[in-house]
Write a protein that binds this ligand. Structure first.
Ligand SMILES: O=P(O)(O)OC[C@H]1O[C@](O)(CO)[C@@H](O)[C@@H]1O
Length: 241
C-alpha cells in the first residue's frame, strides 16, 4: 500500500480530488467506483470545481456506487441516491444514464444484488475505486466478519454503524438496519483504489488495516493484498499529533 501523509481533512480532499481528476482527464473511457459518507464530501466539492473550471467533457465517465440502504427509495432524502445527486451528479455533466447505484427499494433483493454485480462486469469493471473506512474497519457496508470472497450482497448493519449513521436521521428508529453493498471481492476487482481517512476516530482502523493481520475481522485488511492501493490519511488518522 502506498501511504500519502497529509495535514488535515482539507488537504486529503484536495489530493483525492486531484487523483480522480487526473484519472478522468487521462482516460478515453473510465469507470469510477464512488463512495458516500462524510469523508468524501469535500473531495466532491474540489472535484466539481476542477471539472467545471476546466470545462472537462464527461461523456466518457461511468460511475458505480458502493452501496445503498435497503428500504429507502431513490428519492428519500437520506438515500445514497440523493446524497450523490446533491453532492456530485447534479453539479457536473456526467450523462445520467452513466451513473449507477444499487436499488435499495427493489422488490427482490437477491435479484438486485446479482444484477448489480453483473452490471459492474458489463461496464468492464471499476478503474478507480474511492473508499472511506468505518471505525470498525468496514469498507462500503462490509462489516467485520464479511467473507473476503463476497460479491454484492445484502448486509445486516452492526449497531456501531447504525449508531454512526443516526446523525443523518431524526430518530434512531428511522436508520435502516440493512444495506446493499458491493462485496469485498467486488472491491478487490477494481484496478486501482484510493482510500481516504481523516480524524482520530479512524486511527485504530487505519493502523490495523495497514499493519495488522489480513483477517475477516477487519474487512479493510484485505486491501493489503491489492497491488494498487493509495491511502491518503491525515495526521490525526495516522496519530502523528
Ligand atoms: O466517511 P464516514 O461517514 O466516516 O463513513 C465511513 C464509512 O462508512 C460508510 O458510510 C458506511 O457506513 C462508508 O460508506 C464509509 O466509507
Amino acid at each position: 500500500m502506498k501511504l500519502v501523509h497529509v495535514e488535515n481533512y482539507d488537504e486529503m480532499s484536495m489530493q483525492a480530488a486531484r487523483t480522480v481528476f487526473d484519472k478522468i482527464t487521462s482516460s478515453e473511457r473510465v469507470v469510477l467506483g464512488l463512495a458516500t459518507g462524510s469523508t468524501p464530501e469535500k473531495m466532491y466539492d474540489y472535484l466539481v470545481d476542477m471539472l467545471n473550471k476546466n470545462k472537462v467533457d464527461l461523456s466518457h465517465v461511468y460511475t458505480v456506487n458502493l452501496d445503498e440502504y435497503v428500504g429507502l427509495d431513490a428519492d428519500h432524502p437520506q438515500s445514497y441516491h440523493q446524497y450523490m445527486n446533491r453532492i456530485f451528479f447534479d453539479r457536473v455533466d456526467i450523462p445520467k444514464n452513466h451513473t449507477f447505484l444499487p436499488n435499495g427499494a427493489a422488490e427482490n433483493l437477491e435479484d438486485e444484488v446479482a444484477e448489480y454485480e453483473k452490471l459492474i462486469e458489463e461496464l468492464g469493471g471499476v478503474d478507480l475505486q474511492i473508499l472511506g473506512i468505518g471505525r470498525n474497519g468496514h469498507i462500503a457496508f462490509n462489516e467485520p466478519g464479511t467473507a473476503f470472497d463476497s460479491e454484492t450482497h445484502v448486509v445486516d448493519l452492526t449497531e456501531t454503524t447504525v449508531n454512526d449513521n443516526a446523525r443523518f436521521f431524526d430518530t434512531i428508529d428511522e436508520v435502516p438496519k440493512q444495506a446493499i453493498s458491493m462485496g469485498l471481492s467486488t472491491i478487490m476487482n477494481a484496478k486501482s483504489i484510493v482510500m481516504m481517512a481523516s480524524g482520530e476516530e479512524k486511527a485504530d482502523a487505519i493502523t490495523a488495516m495497514m499493519e495488522g493481520e489480513v483477517d475477516e475481522s477487519l474487512p479493510a485488511s484485505i486491501l493489503q493484498r491489492h497491488h494498487d492501493v493509495t491511502v491518503i490519511a491525515d495526521r490525526k488518522a495516522l496519530r502523528e499529533g
